[in-house]
Ligand binder design. Structure first.
Ligand code: GDP
Ligand code: MN
Length: 360
């Protein structure tokens, strides 16, 4: 489960990691006391580039930004809240992250002096600027280890102790919270030499729920709603199937015909109209261009699936749909689709080919 930035920062504060002064709002505010940054609270990275990070000097300006952001979608995610923080006079921006390296079977600290931008970009352009430090989970992680890794990263010695202190504390957040990823990007040094977490990401391990009170976090209820397996991907064609194997095969075919899957979404067996509607809602949260639905009717009835597709089809005229279904109640399903003008094929290859053509 992913926590929002404001929630991550609340936890950082408990661990005495310095964060900018700020507060959360979901409607216009009475007064802005200092020049501020208004940050959309959505669970995606790169909000800055997507227009989710705005600056304001006056109350009027702040309220214009708040009105603009609330209810808007940033990278397909609806903004319900903004975090308003004092604007920092940033001098340096570093990247700091901790995650589990599955191959090494250890937590790894990742640090770079080239922060602010996506870590993927740093990895691509200046991989030598990324320092990794593997933690032996059997032993204690000690502050001197954080200092050593910063020396290796080439950080000037007068900045090392404050940044090392944050690394040490952040590792404790990661460990205590059963984190799968914790990130501060950027970790900033201000012109007046303060070191702060200007951004915060904290993802926690769902399997550790019994040890925590995850229900306190905003995204908890959303997590519970999904009855299907959903994995977000980089492309623009949502791939929906019933059964993991069929959905994977559907992704392969989309790729083979030159498309790029936007998600893997397995609605499972026996889905009814409502589940299919919810699945499409989920898939359509992202900015996508097409939807490929591939159903093998067994306990899943093709007519139920077809009925579930109709709503999204009318609500999203800008998106191309292509459906392949066969099996139980195929004829009834086909009738519903054809009546509504939804492209339908019995062969998955044809269905995908048709979709890719429509998207050209
Ligand atoms: P992200 O785009 O979702 O990662 O959002 P961030 O919180 O990391 O903000 C993106 C960028 O906005 C940062 O890398 C900074 O360059 C800039 N930014 C954020 N907060 C401040 C601030 O208080 N002062 C200044 N000068 N820049 C900021
Ligand atoms: Mn960031």
């Amino acid at each position: 489960m992913k926590l929002h930035e404001y929630e991550a920062k609340e936890i950082f504060k408990k661990y005495k990691i310095p964060v900018p002064n700020g507060f959360v709002a979901s409607k216009p505010i009475k007064e802005l006391k200092t020049p501020s940054v208004i940050k959309a609270q959505v669970l995606v990275g790169g909000r800055g580039k997507a227009g989710g990070i705005l600056f304001a000097d006056t109350t009027k300006e702040a309220n214009q930004h708040i009105k603009k952001l609330i209810g808007k979608k940033i990278k397909g995610e609806k903004v319900n809240k903004v975090l308003i923080e004092e604007k920092l006079p940033i001098k340096y921006e570093y990247y700091l992250g901790i995650t589990i390296d599955r191959a090494e079977k250890k937590p790894v600290i990742i640090f770079s002096t080239e922060g602010g931008v996506d870590i993927e970009e740093i990895a691509k352009n200046t991989p030598e600027k990324i320092i990794k430090y593997y933690i032996d989970p059997q032993n204690e992680f000690l502050p001197y280890m954080a200092r050593n890794l910063l020396k290796e990263a080439g950080l000037p010695s007068n900045r090392i102790s404050k940044v090392a202190d944050i690394i040490y504390k952040l590792y404790n957040v990661f460990k205590d919270m059963d984190g799968t990823l914790v990130e501060i990007n950027p970790l900033v040094i201000t012109k007046d030499k303060k070191v702060l977490a200007a951004d915060g990401v904290l993802n926690v391990d769902d399997d550790a729920e019994y040890r925590h009170d995850y229900a306190q976090f905003e995204s908890y209820s959303e997590k519970d709603k999904s009855e299907f397996a959903y994995v977000e991907l980089d492309g623009d064609i949502a791939v929906i199937g019933n059964g993991a194997g069929l959905t994977l095969a559907s992704m392969d075919i989309v790729k083979e015909y030159g498309g790029a899957p936007a998600c893997f979404l397995d609605i499972g067996g026996g889905s009814d109209k409502e589940t299919v509607e919810k699945a499409l809602e989920k898939a359509l949260e992202k900015d996508i261009k097409g939807v490929f639905i591939n159903i093998l009717g067994g306990i899943t009835r093709c007519d139920e699936v077809a009925m579930g597709i109709v709503k999204a089809y009318y609500e999203h005229p800008e998106i191309k749909f292509s459906v392949r279904m066969m099996g139980t109640n195929e004829e009834e399903g086909r009738k519903i689709l054809t009546k509504n003008g939804i492209p339908f094929e019995s062969s998955m290859e044809y269905a995908v080919e048709k979709l890719i053509d429509m998207l050209k």
